[in-house]
Design a binder for this molecule. Structure first.
Ligand SMILES: *[C@@H]1O[C@H](CO)[C@@H](O)[C@H](O)[C@H]1NC(C)=O
Ligand SMILES: *[C@@H]1O[C@H](CO)[C@@H](O)[C@H](O)[C@H]1NC(C)=O
Length: 586
């Protein structure tokens, strides 16, 4: 069935993909962390590869977990806003939903021994350093005493406004709402001993009520001066209100890391800020296009070429007409082509964006000072007035970025849930490397989805022979708490070879007796696994085949549904959870 489709997406809605809490506990594959202190709003803020630690932030607390030994007591920092500040916060009329507290929103690595962290500080953002010691065995995790600085431009005031941040070479780049009222959104650069640079203030052509999703430095060439910061967000459409254009648009934006702002205009403003629309849509059998515009999450999958990571973006339909979600995948080459293409032009407030066909100044807006294409120009202050003025009025590219194959990788429509979070893991199975998507839903579950390219020639080689997949873990955090989930939950696939094989989970294989975790190092012959075709007749000859499953097809997805076990029945107590997902292998 799958083999006849170009891309076959498989989601096991019952056994492997549906991680409802009681079922997880049953299979001993999940370990919920419970902390004895009074907190909420957990977020996974940083994976510390060097020290094998996971840092969590929540309301008034910072927690460090040892990933190698999860039974070890976590290290905990209590970081509340002062009582005085909480009082002042309540005086302003805030606090009805408990916002007058310090919600930790950022932890970034600073140097070998210290981390930098920011919190909302009861509507007065604050930042400080954390000493984490030289190595995990030091068992150090504490705030630097007596040090506290303003978090303005680094962290939002309102805990309900998302922010993004990246600390690069001592400079903090943050997508935040800069003011108490939450009406001044900006991409801000602070710290590093230079003057702050931001997006133009109150200019809806630059940012129009954005919600920031993800930020990452991605090099454009071997020349470091060309390095750019890419950020992903959604915003209100300027063209909304009339016609068929969507009210919300998904965006990819970028700036040059070393942009110093303009000399005469755009002083302390980016002179390299550009943005483009991300399209993710499907054409139904009736010919009607469903567009997913509400960008929710972005996962940037590194490849061997640091300039070309793969961008996985999770969208839902905007508005409340019906619930739909989709995952689209974008290539950096396509994104760069759009930024190298024509600019959009808008005459006045009542005009739509049209293609700009006039002369484009030199250097072309969006090129970085000191880079490959700007010989002789060392800083953005050397850009011509013409270039800077053009830049200010033309932040939007004309063409949108389309996903790879021009359609989503995963689509869910006609279901009563939406996806909220996305993590991608690469796993080496018997025959190939597979990408496994973990998709958090708004009903507190995580679906595991495997994408199977049909053409084997496009598969990557098996290169990570030594990966210790037994210790791979998925961390799921939410308002309610944190859970660690083993990626190998092969026991849930039943007791027959056919079940194990039909599950087509690259993490699992039939070892002759049961469905167990698969490692590439295991001798191949003894293992029965068929991720690509899921053909139990071929794989399980001689083993007892027992049909407990049935297939269903929806669009390009094939679902495996077990009638015997209803996932809904077991999902309790964790509704309304918004998972933030991270995978880690070590
Ligand atoms: C926990 O903190 C919240 C918010 O500060 C407060 O309303 C609640 O009473 C606290 N609960 C306990 C058990 O202390
Ligand atoms: C790291 O930064 C902190 C804060 O600036 C400083 O106190 C500490 O000495 C630094 N450590 C190293 C190893 O540079």
């Amino acid at each position: 069935m799958c083999a006849s489709m170009r891309v076959c997406v498989y989601a096991c809605v019952c056994a492997g993909g549906f991680l409802s809490s009681p079922e997880l506990l049953d299979t001993r594959a999940a370990r919920p962390f419970s902390f004895s202190f009074n907190t909420s709003d957990y977020r996974i803020l940083l994976m510390d590869q060097d020290q094998g630690r996971l840092y969590l932030g929540s309301r008034e607390y910072l927690v460090a977990l040892d990933m190698h030994n999860v039974n070890k007591e976590p290290l905990i920092i209590h970081w509340p806003a002062s009582d005085k500040r909480k009082g002042e916060c309540r005086m302003t009329g805030k606090g009805g939903q408990g916002e007058c507290a310090n919600f930790v929103r950022m932890i970034e690595p600073w140097n070998r021994t210290h981390l930098y962290t920011c919190g909302t500080g009861a509507y007065q953002p604050i930042c400080t350093f954390i000493n984490r010691g030289w190595k995990a065995e030091d068992y150090v995790f504490r705030l630097v005493p007596g040090f506290l600085e303003s978090g303005k431009g680094k962290c939002s005031y309102d805990p309900f406004q998302e922010n993004i941040a990246a600390l690069i070479n001592g400079n903090l780049y943050a997508g935040v709402h800069v003011d108490f009222m939450g009406t001044d959104p900006a991409l801000f650069r602070t710290m590093g001993g230079r003057t702050a640079v931001r997006t133009e203030q109150y200019d809806s052509r630059w940012l129009n009520e954005p919600v920031f999703i993800q930020i990452q430095q991605i090099p454009d060439s071997a020349e470091r001066n060309d390095d750019k910061l890419y950020f992903f967000f959604r915003e209100k459409s300027l063209d909304a209100g009339g016609g068929s254009s969507p009210s919300v648009l998904a965006r990819v934006g970028r700036v040059c890391l070393d942009d110093e702002g303009g000399q005469k205009s755009l002083v302390n403003r980016w002179t390299s800020f550009l943005k483009a629309r991300l399209i993710c849509s499907v054409i139904g059998e009736d010919g009607v296009e469903t567009s997913f515009d509400e960008l929710r999450d972005v996962f940037i999958q590194p490849t061997q070429d640091e300039r070309n990571p793969v961008i996985y973006a999770l969208f839902t339909t905007a508005g409340s007409v019906f619930k739909g979600s989709a995952v689209c995948v974008y290539s950096m080459a396509d994104i760069r082509n759009v930024f190298n293409g024509p600019f959009s032009h808008k005459h006045g407030h009542n005009y739509q964006w049209t293609v700009y066909t006039g002369k484009i100044p030199y250097p072309r807006p969006g090129t970085c000072p000191g880079g490959t294409f700007t010989p002789g120009i060392r800083t953005s202050k050397d850009f011509s007035d013409e270039a800077v003025n053009f830049m200010r009025a033309h932040p939007l590219m004309y063409h949108p970025v389309y996903p790879i194959h021009r359609r989503p990788l995963v689509v869910r429509t006609g279901v009563d849930y939406r996806f909220t979070a996305l993590v991608v893991d690469q796993v080496d199975a018997v025959d190939a490397r597979y990408e496994v998507l973990f998709l958090g839903t708004d009903r507190g579950t995580v679906q595991k989805v495997i994408v199977l390219p049909k053409d084997p020639s496009t598969m990557e080689e098996l290169t990570l022979e030594e990966v210790e997949v037994f210790r791979q873990q998925l961390y799921v955090s939410s308002e309610a708490g944190l859970t660690q989930v083993s990626l190998h939950r092969c026991g849930v696939y039943g007791r027959a070879c056919s079940d194990c094989c039909l599950a087509r989970d690259p993490y699992c294989a039939w070892d002759g007796e049961r469905c167990t975790a698969f490692t590439p190092a295991t001798k191949r012959r003894s293992r029965r696994q068929d991720v690509k075709h899921g053909d139990p007749l071929r794989q399980c000859r001689g083993f007892n085949a027992k049909e407990t499953v049935q297939f269903g097809v929806e669009g390009s997805s094939t679902f495996l549904e077990c009638q015997s076990r209803s996932p809904q029945a077991t999902v309790k107590g964790i509704l309304d959870m918004r998972p933030f997902l991270h995978t880690e292998s070590f």
